[in-house]
Write a protein that binds this ligand. Structure first.
Ligand code: DCP
Ligand code: MG
Ligand code: MN
Length: 349
């Protein structure tokens, strides 16, 4: 995650953050959740510092920085590198694992399976492995799909989609959530939240999205489907795929043109819009803390709403799903939970 104010030149701990982030990305890829979390929290703390942190003790005094991480911070400052990271990057098996884990949609079990089957390069996979359609796509567009999208391009892609959407149904509202809504200077993908006044079920928006997908595909904007819409599933009201910014007819920058980008659409009825906004704005750690807070107050928060405690019968069986307290209004959910409103740009943890 890049912070909203990421300006590598002005942050006194920029280099330390950069190295810790690489270590964090590595732990995230090998599914070491505990270390990933520890690094993310420490990075977030470092981002907020206005002075350069140079020693283990200084680092250790900061919130969310343990002794081991504090030692690593000192190591980075003194040597400009981190041995543990170089070890990870230099270990041949780790390198292959790293490469495979960066194929879109591939997790640890698939990556390890490929390694045990003797594959060592992306070309090996293309030539010899038994691949799903999505895996093949992830390999063929490996570079593109591992490149972050600059904020101005997300804006441009977003405007393109909104223009086409308006022609289909001007009352449908589209908002780009995720890291973009948090103000990030770059995003891993484009997360569209789609809603419309008067809807009470995501299914009400399915015909609109089907038409939008059709039009955008016809125009050459959408180039691949990774997860299609399933109109029957109540919760399956999402579409995942890839898009490409078309060449500008007149003027405009050429930035990012031709690069495949990941794009997600999420259909949300008006009645669930507030809860969905919170969920799809994130970040994931912020979401987790909001859900925890809700449960401490005898409530339950998910992407559809804030509910009063689930009533459990004998043997922990769910008797009811809980009573809906609030779903449509983002600010009301904060109020009911008794937390001070936080702008999307302040939701980094
Ligand atoms: N989300 C979550 N928990 C997950 C995955 C997602 O709470 N395990 C929520 C929070 C995210 C939002 O969904 O902000 C969108 O998911 P993305 O994976 O697109 O993440 P971001 O948009 O935050 O980051 P990126 O720039 O990498 O896309
Ligand atoms: Mg995203
Ligand atoms: Mn996404």
């Amino acid at each position: 995650d890049a912070s909203p104010t990421t300006n590598s030149n002005s942050n006194p701990n920029a280099r330390t953050i950069e190295v810790l982030q690489a270590m964090c990305d590595y732990y995230s890829r090998i599914n070491d959740h505990w270390r990933t979390m520890a690094y993310r929290k420490a990075i977030s703390t470092l981002r907020r510092q206005t002075v350069r942190i140079t020693t283990e003790d200084e680092a250790y005094r900061l919130p969310n920085v343990g002794r081991r991480l504090a030692q690593k911070i000192e190591e980075i400052v003194q040597t400009n590198r981190l041995q543990r990271l170089e070890y990870a990057q230099g270990n041949p098996t780790d390198q292959v694992l790293d490469t495979f884990l960066k194929v879109y949609g591939v997790g640890l079990s698939t990556a390890n399976k490929w390694i045990s089957q003797g594959y060592r390069t992306l070309q090996d996979l293309i030539d010899k492995a038994d691949l799903t359609t999505n895996q093949r796509l992830g390999i063929e567009h490996y570079e593109d799909l591992n490149t972050r999208i600059p904020r101005n391009e997300v804006t441009e892609l977003g405007d393109y989609v909104k223009t086409e959407a308006r022609k289909i149904d001007s009352r449908v509202e589209l908002l780009v959530g995720g890291s973009y809504r948090r103000g990030s200077e770059s995003s891993g993908d484009i997360d569209f939240i789609v809603t419309k006044r008067g809807t009470s079920s995501a299914g009400d928006l399915v015909p609109f999205l089907e038409e939008l997908i059709r039009v955008l595909t016809e125009k050459g904007f959408l180039v691949a489907t990774l997860a299609a819409l399933h109109s029957r599933e109540r919760s399956g009201s999402k579409w995942h795929g890839c898009c490409v910014l078309p060449h500008a007819e007149k003027g405009g920058g050429e930035n990012g043109r031709g690069i495949w980008r990941r794009i997600d659409f999420l259909l949300v009825p008006e009645t669930e819009y507030g809860a969905a906004l919170i969920y799809f704005t994130g970040n994931d750690i912020f979401n987790r803390s909001m859900r925890l807070l809700a449960s401490k107050k005898g409530m339950r928060l998910n992407q559809r709403g804030l509910y009063r405690e689930v009533i459990r019968g004998r043997g922990g069986m769910k008797v009811t799903e809980g009573e809906l307290v609030e779903g449509r209004d983002e600010k009301r959910i904060f109020e009911i939970l008794g937390v001070k409103w936080r702008e999307p740009t302040e939701r980094w943890c």
